[in-house]
Design a protein around this ligand. Structure first.
Ligand code: NCD
Length: 305
C-alpha cells in the first residue's frame, strides 16, 4: 500500500506510470474489464471541507472499480471529531472498516498525521492551502491529453497564488519536464509565497511574476486560473478587497493562441466570465472529467494493485 500525501513524494517515473494507468482507465471506463479490480474493497471518503468534484469523482472511481464506499461529507459536524476526537483516533477507527481512506481537511499536514497511525493507504484530497496531489495528477493528465506533451510549454498560473493548493501540487510535477516557462500572474496580495520563488530561482527555472494578464496571453499554451480562496482569509474584509481584482474576460480570448487551453480546478466564481465557457479552449470541464480516470488509477496505485 502507498499513501498519497504530497506531490513532492513522487518522481518522474511514478508520474509516467500513473498517467499511463489513467489513460487505460479512460479507455476501459465503461467496459467489464475493470469492474472487479477493487471487489471486496471499501473506500472511505471523509471530508471536513466542502467538495463536489473531488469526493464524487473518488466515489465514482471506487464504484466503477467494484469497490464500495463509506462517506462523511460534512465531517467537521457529522463525525466524532466534532466531539473532540483526534484525527489519529478517527484514522485508527477507519482502518477497522475501510481499505483506503480519502481525507480532506482545512489544516495543513493533517493527512500526514493520519498516515503515521494508519495501516491503510491515506489519500490527501486537500489539506488547507498546502497540497492537493490528486488534483495535480489530473491537471497533468489534462495538459498531456490536450497538448500531447508536458515539456516546452508556456504556462501561466493566474489568480490566488498565495493559497492555491492545486498550484502547489501541479508545479512540482511540471518541473520534471524540460523547457517549461512559467508566468505567475496575480495581485500583490495574492502572489506566490517567496519560498517558492527562491526555489525556482535557485533551480534556474524560467519564470516571471506579472500583475495583469494582457501581456502574457499571446505567449501561453496553458492558462491555469484559480479561485480566490475565501476560506483561507483571516478576515472577510481582506477577501472583499481582492476577490474581484483578477478576472479572465471574454474579450481577452482574442489574444490567446488558437490551441491554448484554459484550465481551472473548479469551482469558479467570478474569475472567469461566463461567456468563456463556450470557447473550445475552455478545458476546465474536460479537466474535471479526467479526474475520474486519474482517481481510478490513483486508488489502484494506493492499494498496490
Ligand atoms: C480545489 C480545492 O479544493 O483546492 N477544488 C477542487 O478540488 N477541484 C480548488 C478550489 O476549491 O478553489
Amino acid at each position: 500500500m502507498k499513501h498519497i500525501l504530497s506531490a513532492n513524494q513522487f518522481n518522474k517515473n511514478d508520474l509516467e506510470k500513473i498517467l499511463k494507468r489513467a489513460s487505460v482507465m479512460e479507455k476501459q471506463c465503461k467496459s467489464d474489464k475493470i469492474k472487479k479490480l477493487l471487489i471486496n474493497k471499501i473506500v472511505a471518503c471523509i471530508f471536513f471541507e466542502p467538495s463536489t468534484r473531488t469526493r464524487l469523482s473518488f466515489e465514482t472511481a471506487a464504484l466503477k472499480l467494484g469497490a464500495q464506499v463509506i462517506s462523511t461529507e460534512n465531517a467537521m459536524e457529522n463525525s466524532s471529531v466534532y466531539k473532540g476526537e483526534t484525527i489519529e483516533d478517527m484514522t485508527r477507527m477507519l482502518c477497522c472498516y475501510a481499505d483506503a481512506i480519502v481525507i480532506r481537511h482545512p489544516k495543513t499536514g493533517i493527512t500526514e498525521i493520519a498516515s503515521k497511525v494508519s495501516t491503510k493507504p491515506i489519500i490527501n484530497a486537500g489539506d488547507g492551502a498546502n497540497q492537493h496531489p490528486t488534483q495535480g495528477f489530473l491537471d497533468l493528465y489534462t495538459i498531456k491529453k490536450e497538448h500531447g506533451r508536458l515539456d516546452n510549454l508556456t504556462i501561466a498560473f493566474g489568480g490566488d497564488l498565495l493559497y492555491s493548493r492545486t498550484l502547489r501540487s501541479l508545479l512540482p510535477f511540471l518541473r520534471f519536464y524540460k523547457n517549461n516557462k512559467f508566468y505567475f500572474i496575480s495581485p500583490k496580495e495574492l502572489e506566490l509565497p517567496r519560498e517558492f520563488i527562491k526555489e525556482l530561482k535557485n533551480d534556474g527555472v524560467f519564470f516571471e511574476e506579472l500583475r495583469s494578464l494582457e501581456n502574457a496571453l499571446p505567449k501561453l499554451d496553458v492558462l491555469y486560473m484559480t479561485r480566490v480562496q475565501k476560506e483561507r482569509f483571516a478576515n472577510n474584509s481582506d477577501y472583499e478587497k481582492v476577490k474581484n481584482l483578477f478576472i479572465l474576460k471574454f474579450k481577452h480570448l482574442k489574444n490567446l493562441k488558437k490551441n491554448a487551453i484554459i484550465m481551472h480546478p473548479l469551482p469558479k466564481i467570478n474569475e472567469i466570465e461566463k461567456d468563456v465557457d463556450n470557447d473550445p479552449r475552455a478545458a476546465y470541464f474536460r479537466q474535471a472529467q479526467n479526474g475520474l480516470y486519474v482517481r481510478m488509477a490513483l486508488l489502484l496505485y494506493a492499494l498496490g494493485l
